[in-house]
Ligand binder design. Sequence first.
Ligand code: ZN
Length: 552
Amino acid sequence: MNACTSSAPPRPAEAPPADPLETKIAQFAPVEISVDLAALPPNEQHTLAALIAASRLIDGLFLEQVWAGNPSMLTALAADHSPAGQAQLHYFLINKGPWDRLDHNAPFVTGAAGAVLVPKPPQANFYPADASKEEVETWVDGLKGNELAHAQAVGFFTVIRRGADGKLIAVPYSTEYQNTLAQAAKYLRDAAALTAQPTLKKFLTTRADAFLSNDYYASDIAWMELDASIEPTIGPYETYEDEWFGYKAAFESFITVRDDAETQKLAAFSQELQGLEDALPIDPGYRNPKLGAFAPIRVVNVAFTAGDGNRGVQTAAFNLPNDDRVIKEKGSKRVMLKNVQRAKFDKVLTPIAGVALAAGDRANVSFDAFFTHILMHELMHGLGPHQVRGDNQAVRLALKDTYSAIEEAKADVSGLWALQQLADKGKVSAGIAQTMYTTFLASAFRSIRFGVSEAHGKGIALQLNYLLDHGAVTVNGDGTFAVVPAKIKETVAALTRDLMTLEAEGNYSGAQDLLKTMVVVRPQVQAVLDKLKNVPVDIEPRFVTAEGLAKK
Ligand code: ZN
C-alpha cells in the first residue's frame, strides 16, 4: 500500500482561466526521469530493457481495468489532431482515463469522444457495468458456504462478470487478460534469461508463471527475497481503483535500479537505532531495551513506471505486497523512489519554498536533508512505544482513530530529533543538521496543500502549529515563515516526548484534544497556501533512460 509518502487528492483547482484544460495539464510539471546505468553490465541493461518492454503492456491493462470505454476513447483521442483534441489526449494519459483525478473525477473529454462519457464508475471495470453494489454483495454473501468460490469472488486477481445465464461469476485475470499477460510473461522470461542475478531470475520466472496460472504467492515471496541491482515490481497490486469493495488489484509496474549510496546510508543508520531508542527524550521506562527486526527498505531510482503506478499524482514510495499470507510469512517491504522524490523536490517543493520562506532561508532547503529525513521517518516508525505501558494493548488499538495522525507526526518529528543526535555524534553531515529544519518547514506547506483530512496532513498541521506555539517557527512581517535556531532543537525534542508519551500511555482523550486544537489551517498558513496557485501540484515524468534503452 502507498501508506506513507503517497499523496491524498489535493484541493480542487481554483477558478479556471482562459483554457481550463491547459491549466489542468500545467498542474503537472514535465520532468525527465533518468537513472545512472554505469554500474550495470550490458546483460543487466538488456534485462532492464526487456522489463520495460513488459511494462509497456501494463498501461493498456490498467486502462482496461479502470473503464471498459478507455481503449476506444484513447483511439478516438489519438486520431484527433486538433489542439483541443491533443490537449484532451495529454490529460487523458496523465489521468489514465477521461476523469480528472485531481478534481473529484470531473470529466474533461468533450466533443465526439466525450459523447459516450459516463461518470467515473466506482466499481471500475472489475464488476459488470450493469450490476449494482447490492447485487454483488448479496452474491458474495451467498457464497460463504463455499470457501473456494467465496475466496475467488473477493480475491485480488479475479474480475466479476456475467455468465451466459446472466448470473455473476468470478473470472481469473489469467483468463480475462490472457493475451496481454502471455506477452508480458514472455518478456519477463526474456529478462530472466538475460540476468546473472539469481534472486532476480527467480522473481521474474515465478512472476511470469503467475501471469499464466493466476497464483501469485510464490512470486510475491520471491519479490520479498530480491537482492539485485535491478528491483522490478510488476503485476496486479493496489486495490484503490476498486472503490466498491477494495478487493480487486490494479496492474502496475515500477522498473527500478537500486541506489547503492542510499542503501549504505540505511545500513549505517540501522546500526544506530538501538542507541537512538535508548536516548529517546521520554521516561526511560517507556523505551524499548531490545528493538525487534525492521521491515526491509529499498532505495531505488525509477527507469520506468506504468499503469496504476503512473497515473495522476506520482507514487513516491510504496509498501508491498498486500497479500496477508505473504506478509505473515515474510513481512512486507518498503520501496522508496529516490529520483521521483528528487523530481517532486525540484518541481514542487523548491517553488513552494520560494513563496513560503524568506529569501535568505531558501538556500537552506536541500534535497539531501529532505530525502535523509524521509528515510529516518520510515525507521522511526519502528522506534518508540508500540505497546501501552502496563497493559498488553497495542498503541494502535488504544489510540483508535487518532493513531495514524499521531504516529505520522511522531515519525516526522522524532526523525528530526534522531538526525540531530546523529549529526551531534558526527554520523551524518553537519550540512544535513543545518538544513533539515528549514527543509522540513518548506515541505510542511507542500503536505498541508493536499489538505488536513488524512493522517499525513493532520500530522503536519499538528507539528507546524506546535512549532509556532513554542516559538520554534516564526512568521515574518512579509508573511514568510522561518525556523528559530535557538528554539528548534528543544521544541522538536519536546514534541517527540509529548507524542511518544501519549502513545506509551494509550492516552486516547489526550490525543483527541491535541488533534482538535492543533489540526487546523491557521490564517497565516492559509495566506501562504493562497499564493501557491501557480506552483505545480505534481510532476509528469518522461522516462528518458528507458527511451534510450528502447532504441539500443
Ligand atoms: Zn509514515
